[in-house]
Write a protein that binds this ligand. Structure first.
Ligand code: ADP
Ligand code: GN1
Ligand code: MG
Length: 356
């Protein structure tokens, strides 16, 4: 007998029979469902997006290694580390007949996931969580990790993809994006700064999260303290300033990532400062003076890069990021470019904040 639940769930070692399932969360990449069993235990079932992650077993191996390492550091606090639920066959994933890869995590109990911070404290706590995450991984051997998405935060490579999309113009949309394209091209020359700083040894490669959006950290429902860093698909060698910057582009904006009214989209300096404090405290002594100095470049370039990626996906026909309405990727691109302008307008203030 079949039911309406995703059938892949029957291939995992749950504690009891499934009684409920529904699509869940606001992630742009994987297909996520909440699953509830008759003992009222909750799980997260995900179909891994194979257009994005070409080698799902390698992704899961990274996550297994990283979560094992994190758990060793806080063995008595299970809610603070993502827990993989094994398949019936004892693996960290299940591959169905169609070739799709699925995984299950325990739902982190009494947690909340935010699309925008309610107040400064929420954002401070998320910054602390991502800073602490880097600190906890400081001694992890990066050579053990597969690069799940090559050149993920290589901004010049993202520009190459934009040029290719423009050239191909598969959807005939290039004519609609003149101002956005002009903006992107006007910033292309300096887009490789972080790669240069890495190559010359000023910024060291570390094990970083690489996708530090506010909705990739869970807070405790009651205390609102940082609880658990999730979405570990892109944990790879990267730069500390990437992780700082990606959080800023999402959480220090005064509007949603896909806001259409750009007058609503501004940079909150208070939020920037609060995140900086939380992140620095979480990293503890793990942030060098050079990394601190280039935090604002991380914020600017991660925002620019994300705008370029949204624009590229719009030109390609919305094939990478999930969308729920036409034009959403172009709207997302516009908010990112507005935020780049905002960051540039406050450039010297951002340096002063970091110097404090
Ligand atoms: P995506 O890669 O598509 O962003 P995520 O792994 O970030 O997928 O999951 C999407 C959403 O599902 C998260 O933003 C969060 O709301 C929720 N989520 C994922 N894992 C858990 C978990 N273990 N416990 C509670 N909620 C979770
Ligand atoms: C995606 O998976 P999610 O929704 O947490 C993307 C990030 C982007 C972000 C933009 C693997 O993050 O790189 O910054 O959307 N993840 C991947 O919101 O590409
Ligand atoms: Mg996510």
């Amino acid at each position: 007998m079949t039911d309406n639940f995703p059938q892949a769930i029957y291939h995992f070692q749950l504690d009891a029979a499934v009684i409920f399932s529904q699509p869940f969360g606001a992630g742009h990449i994987n297909q996520t469902s909440l699953i509830v069993t008759e003992s009222a235990r909750e799980y997260i079932l995900q179909k891994i997006n194979q257009a994005v992650f070409r080698d799902p077993p390698a992704v899961m191996k990274n996550i297994r290694l990283v979560t094992d390492h994190l758990r060793q550091q806080s063995p008595d606090r299970p809610r603070e580390v993502l827990t993989i639920v094994p398949s019936i066959a004892g693996q960290d994933w299940y591959k169905d007949e169609a070739g799709d890869f699925w995984r299950v995590y325990e739902f982190v109990s009494d947690s909340i996931c935010l699309q925008q911070p309610r107040d400064d404290q929420d954002f401070y706590n998320s910054g602390w969580a991502f800073g602490h995450f880097q600190k906890q991984l400081a001694k992890f051997d990066a050579a053990l990790l597969s690069e799940t998405i090559p050149y993920f935060h290589d901004t010049p490579c993202r520009y190459m993809a934009l040029h290719q999309a423009l050239q191909a113009d598969r959807q005939g949309r290039a004519a609609q994006v003149g101002p956005e394209l002009d903006f992107a091209l006007s910033r292309e020359a300096g887009a490789g700064l972080l790669q240069q700083l890495q190559a010359q040894g000023t910024l060291p490669l570390k094990v970083t999260h690489n996708d530090t959006k506010l909705n990739n950290v869970l807070l405790d429902r009651w205390t609102r303290n940082a609880l658990c860093v999730i979405d570990l698909d892109t944990v790879m060698p990267g730069l500390l300033v990437h992780d700082f910057g990606d959080s800023i582009r999402f959480g220090a904006s005064t509007a949603a990532e896909d806001e259409r009214d750009l007058t609503q989209v501004t940079l909150s300096l208070a939020r920037y400062q609060t995140y900086l404090q939380g992140f620095s405290t979480g990293c503890a002594e793990g942030m060098s003076a050079e990394e601190r100095y280039y935090l604002r470049d991380g914020a600017r370039l991660m925002t620019l890069e994300c705008g370029v990626r949204f624009l590229t996906d719009y030109l390609n026909g919305d094939v990478y990021f999930h969308t729920s309405r036409p034009g959403q990727n172009l709207d997302r691109c516009r908010t990112q470019f507005k935020l780049v302008r905002e960051l540039e307008a406050h450039w010297s203030e951002l340096e002063q904040l970091a110097a404090r």
